[in-house]
Design a protein around this ligand. Structure first.
Ligand code: ATP
Length: 275
C-alpha cells in the first residue's frame, strides 16, 4: 500500500485573494516564495535555497488554503498529504512513503512541464514529533529520518525546485532536527482572525449567496469572536440552509444570527468578550 501517497493536483485554482484575514501570513509567505521564483538569482548569489516552511496555528484558519495559493503563485504542482498517512504498523513503510512522495512531486512537475513543486504535509507533528516520544518509536523515527534525508537532498540546481510546506498546531512538539537551518527554518503564524479578518472572510464566502437588504456583515463579524475561517465558511452555509428552509430566496440577518448559535453549539467555540 505504498502506491498512493498524498493528493496530487496540477496547479491549484485557489489564490491569495480567496484567503481572508491573513495579510501578515500572506506577505511572509510570499517573501519566502520569491526564493522559488528567483531561483536562478538565488543560485548565482550562492544563497542556500529555502526548502521548508512551517505554518503554525489552530485548525481551520486557512493553512491548507495558503499552501494551495502558494502553489498557484509560483506556478507549481501541488501534492497534499498528512502526517497520519505515514503511520504504519510495518517497519519501513512510512519511510518508503516519504521517498515516494518526493519522487511523485518531481515526476508530476516534469510531466506538467513545471519548474517547481510544493509538497504540503498537514499535521506534521504526527510524523515529526520529538524522536523517542512515541510508543512505536522505531517506525516513527525511520519515517522522520527519511523526511530529513529528502530535505537535505534538495539542491539549488535541481531540475525541479521543491518546497515543503508543513502545518501544525503544536510546533513545540516537533523534533528540533526538523527546525534546523536548511529544513523548516522559517515559520509563518496563521492565527484566528480578528474582527476585520472575520469580515474579510465573511465577504469571501457570501460572494455567491443572495443576501437580504438587512444583512450587516460588520455586526456578524463582531458577534463571531473565536471563529476560525472554517467556522465562518460553515456559518454562511448554515445561514443559507436556514433561509431555504424558511422558503426564502434571500438570506436575512436573523438567519445569520441563528446560524451563529448553531455553529457555536456544534463546535463548542470558546467565546471570550468581543475585542
Ligand atoms: P486544518 O489545520 O484543520 O487542516 P487549515 O488551517 O488547513 O485547517 P483550511 O483547510 O485551509 O484550514 O480551511 C478549511 C476551509 O475553511 C477552507 O476551505 C475555507 O473554506 C475556510 N477558510 C479557512 N480559513 C479561511 C480564510 N482565512 N479565508 C477564507 N476561508 C477560509
Amino acid at each position: 500500500r505504498t502506491n498512493s501517497i498524498g493528493t496530487l493536483v496540477r496547479v491549484p485554482q485557489e489564490d491569495f485573494s480567496s484567503i481572508g484575514g491573513q495579510n501578515t501570513a500572506i506577505s511572509e509567505l510570499k517573501e519566502a516564495l520569491d526564493f522559488i521564483l528567483d531561483s536562478d538569482k538565488i543560485e548565482k548569489m550562492g544563497i542556500r535555497p529555502l526548502k521548508g516552511l512551517l505554518l503554525t496555528g489552530p485548525p481551520g484558519t486557512g493553512k491548507t488554503l495558503l499552501a494551495k495559493a502558494a502553489a498557484n503563485y509560483t506556478d507549481s504542482v501541488f501534492i497534499a498529504t498528512s502526517g497520519s498517512e505515514f503511520i504504519e504498523v510495518y517497519a519501513g513503510v512510512g519511510a518508503q512513503r516519504v521517498r515516494k512522495l518526493f519522487q511523485s512531486a518531481r515526476d508530476k512537475a516534469k510531466a506538467e512541464k513545471k519548474r517547481s513543486a510544493i509538497i504540503f504535509i498537514d499535521e506534521i507533528d504526527i510524523l515529526g514529533a520529538k524522536r523517542g516520544t512515541h510508543e512505536s518509536h522505531m517506525e516513527y523515527d525511520q519515517t522522520l529520518n527519511q523526511l530529513l534525508v529528502e530535505m537535505d537532498g534538495i539542491n539549488v540546481n535541481d531540475e525541479v525546485k521543491i518546497l515543503v510546506l508543513a502545518a501544525t498546531n503544536r510546533p513545540d512538539m516537533l523534533d528540533p532536527a526538523l527546525l534546523r537551518p536548511g529544513r523548516f527554518d522559517r515559520q509563518v503564524r496563521v492565527d484566528l482572525p480578528d474582527k476585520d479578518g472575520r469580515l474579510q472572510i465573511l465577504k469571501i464566502h457570501v460572494k455567491n449567496k443572495p443576501l437580504a437588504e438587512d444583512v450587516d456583515l460588520e455586526a456578524i463579524a463582531r458577534e463571531t469572536f473565536g471563529f476560525s475561517g472554517a467556522h465562518l465558511e460553515s456559518l454562511t452555509n448554515e445561514a443559507a440552509i436556514i433561509a431555504m428552509r424558511n422558503n426564502s430566496d434571500k438570506i436575512t440577518q436573523k438567519d445569520f444570527l441563528q446560524a451563529i448559535d448553531k455553529v457555536i453549539m456544534g463546535e463548542k467555540i470558546d467565546r471570550k468578550p468581543t475585542p
